[in-house]
Design a protein around this ligand. Sequence first.
Ligand code: G5P
Ligand code: MG
Length: 225
Amino acid sequence: MVAITTCRAAATAAFRAVILGAPASGKGTVSARIVQQFKIAHISSGDRLRFHVTVGSDLGREVKQYIDGGNFVPDNTMISLINEEIESVMDQNWLLDGFPRTLTQAERLQRLHPINLVLNLVVPTSVILDRVRSRWIHLPSGRVYNIGFNDPQVPGKDDITGEPLSQREDDKPEVVQKRLQDYATKTEPVVRFYREIGVLKDFRGNTTNEMWPAIRDCVAQHLSF
Ligand code: G5P
Ligand code: MG
């Protein structure tokens, strides 16, 4: 399957982007490439939440049960966390990953910080189920590996720090099924919301590598405006 899209740049001053896609569709992987190539700020809601869980903050204690069970964290908690994160990078171009994922979150975000580009990753479910089985992450940084796709240099260790890698509680098969169902019922309305506004671009494929050239060109075109 080949990535297809046309990406027309919007006449906007700053890059205010969102990357959408089902669990394990490659949002984090694509975001890392965008950050590396275009030097923009990246805010991953899942990485921020897992960081709070790891350091044992009040927020981390509050959200751990939701994340481990594959349930959405309440909208108000998410909106205030992400709004704070956005405020800290308002002088830069930024990309949100994992937020918004309910219509309430999307509408609130659009009022606070209007989004002008949404990259929508569409990857078949069978591919996603294969990926989560082989995913390993470095919890403190959010760096992500996949056995056979982007292996760590030393098995089980993070490339940068040498610290141990772990598997996510919510990558257990039964939890992944629930996350995929929630995506279909609660996040597909967000896809429709952005499509109606006219800022959404679809990228379809089985691998990140085949989708990447079209995504890269789209971001470059948007940034050059
Ligand atoms: P997250 O962390 O936002 P998800 O479910 O949206 O979780 P996830 O699982 O982080 O998304 P991803 O970022 O889309 O997936 O994908 P990825 O990590 O880049 O890639 C998946 C794997 O595939 C990796 O191992 C990668 O190396 C590999 N891979 C990538 N491309 C390829 C390829 O081409 N080939 C192969 N073979 N492998 C590849 O949210 C987690 C939880 O936090 C809460 C919820 O509880 C949520 O479940 N949460 C929120 N709750 C409410 N509202 C919000 N806005 C929330 N945000 C987070
Ligand atoms: Mg991710």
